[in-house]
Design a protein around this ligand. Structure first.
Ligand code: MN
Length: 465
């Protein structure tokens, strides 16, 4: 399938451009996909012996950039931004992005720009290939198929498997390549987060798409495992999901289907199995029970570094440092968890979740804008899962405006609602901008427009949720 990839010709052009360039600058996005894309490119250029530098940026920093290198590469961003100013006569530009492009394929800005984007070739950039996947497709033109596992990690980090529970399209081809190299094993599994590192009874208590008796209740989780005759411990060590036999997983799956089916309105029952099953991706070169062994957990660790502005640490781990950078990453992940727990307490202790007719929200002024979405996702299980939850916090860093994050149960998305599109429209109406995935999205809105935003949003959801 990779052989017939319609983008091959463009990748060949990019390949030649890389070969010719000696001084290269990479700007890549700050999320897991972007950081992984940066790691793929940096690994590739190391192997080629090319001088390069990687910088992690957010979309709003694009306007302030000045290109001064022979070649500038943008990964996991660039397609949605104006490039005219950046493409100067003494600097070439290469974009490897998967977000919806604003330029047409044949518009190469006088030959100074090569833009590689799946949307130009009728490939869906939301589900079929990630930013890291695009950089990997370039790396493999040099024969570096050993980097394929990062293409899988970036797709998982970008939640490209969230809708179908598996990787499809080019993502699936990259996965197959990685499996052939013995770098990854993939299996259909229970979709419970914390496969390698969390004791199962704790992992179960975080199940939050729908509120169940076990949600946020570890005692109930222990009772459930007892009832299903699934031992909690293996000797002195608590068992994780990855320790369960196929039969044990089957029993747990059936019981969760039963519990969920009792809880959800009848029109959602058909989606229940999708909520609790999905393919898992295990990196075979990582140690068992390591936070790097499972793709989902690895992507959380990369994000934890990014959220606290230590992208470089994550990139070094991705590039193979299992010493100081891994220690630092684990330390950052621990601090990240502590920070989240503290902010969750702050919201819950003061009962900060306010219900409206069709949504619920919280004012998160004490929460860093980088983690407001994570908190929104976690707090959903304490509110009403049938309504989306919206969190607000100042953007911070001397910038004006409010960051808005929305999270909701995947059941609403299976039912056909795309909150990313809805929030974009509402944000526009109050003078902001927004977008994102169906179940996880956000917006930036002007200061003082929160009340208006909520009113319009709540009304627009009448009869929708
Ligand atoms: Mn991306």
């Amino acid at each position: 399938m990779l052989k017939s990839n319609p983008m091959n010709l463009s990748f060949e052009k990019a390949h030649d451009l890389i070969k010719k360039s000696e001084d290269i600058k990479i700007y890549t996005h700050i999320d897991c996909d972007g950081v992984t894309a940066g790691a793929v490119l940096s690994s590739m250029l190391d192997k080629l012996g090319k001088d390069h530098e990687v910088e992690f940026i957010s979309l709003d920093q694009m306007d302030d950039l000045v290109t001064e290198n022979e070649l500038t590469i943008f990964s996991d961003l660039g397609s949605g931004q104006e490039m005219d100013k950046l493409c100067t006569s003494n600097s070439k530009t290469l974009i490897l992005d998967h977000h919806p492009p604003i330029r047409k394929l044949d518009n190469y800005l006088n030959g100074q720009l090569i833009e590689l984007n799946p949307h130009h070739h009728n490939i869906d950039g939301s589900y079929e290939v990630s930013g890291g996947g695009m950089t990997y497709l370039l790396a493999r033109t040099f024969g570096y198929t050993d980097l394929s596992w990062m293409g899988v990690l970036s797709a998982v980090g970008d939640m490209q498997n969230s809708f179908s529970g598996k990787l499809i399209g080019l993502n699936s081809s990259i996965l197959q390549e990685s499996i052939q190299q013995n770098l990854i094993s993939s299996q259909n599994d229970l979709a419970i987060y914390g496969r390698q590192t969390r004791p199962l009874y704790i992992a179960l208590s975080y199940f939050g798409d729908v509120n169940l008796p076990i949600t946020n209740n570890k005692t109930e989780c222990q009772m459930l495992l007892n009832k299903l005759d699934i031992p909690m411990k293996n000797g002195r060590k608590y068992r994780s999901l990855c320790d369960l036999s196929v039969e044990e997983k089957g029993r747990l799956f059936s019981e969760l289907v039963r519990m969920l089916s009792l809880e959800v309105p009848s029109r959602y029952v058909k989606y229940v199995p999708k909520l609790i099953s999905g393919d898992s991706y295990e990196f075979l070169m990582e140690e068992k029970y390591s936070p790097l062994r499972d793709a989902s957990e690895f992507s959380t660790a990369v994000n934890a570094c990014g959220r606290h502005k230590h992208h470089k640490v994550a990139m070094n781990v991705l590039k193979g440092d299992r010493g100081a950078s891994l220690d630092e990453m684990e330390h950052l992940a621990l601090e990240h968890r502590r920070y989240l727990a503290q902010k969750m307490e702050w919201i819950r202790g003061d009962e900060r979740i306010t219900p409206m007719n069709n949504l619920q929200y919280f004012e998160g002024s004490e929460i860093k804008s980088e983690v407001i979405g994570t908190i929104a996702g976690m707090i959903l299980s304490y509110g009403d899962w049938k309504k989306p939850i919206v969190g607000f916090t100042p953007i911070g860093e001397e910038k004006e405006g409010i960051k808005v994050s929305l999270r909701c149960s995947r059941l609403l998305a299976y039912d056909g609602i795309h909150f990313g599109n809805l929030i974009r429209k509402v944000a526009k109406k109050v003078g902001g901008n927004g977008g994102g995935h169906s179940v996880a999205c956000g917006a930036y809105i002007p200061e003082g427009s929160t009340a208006k935003f909520l009113k319009i949003f709540d009304e627009s959801l009448k009869g929708v949720v």
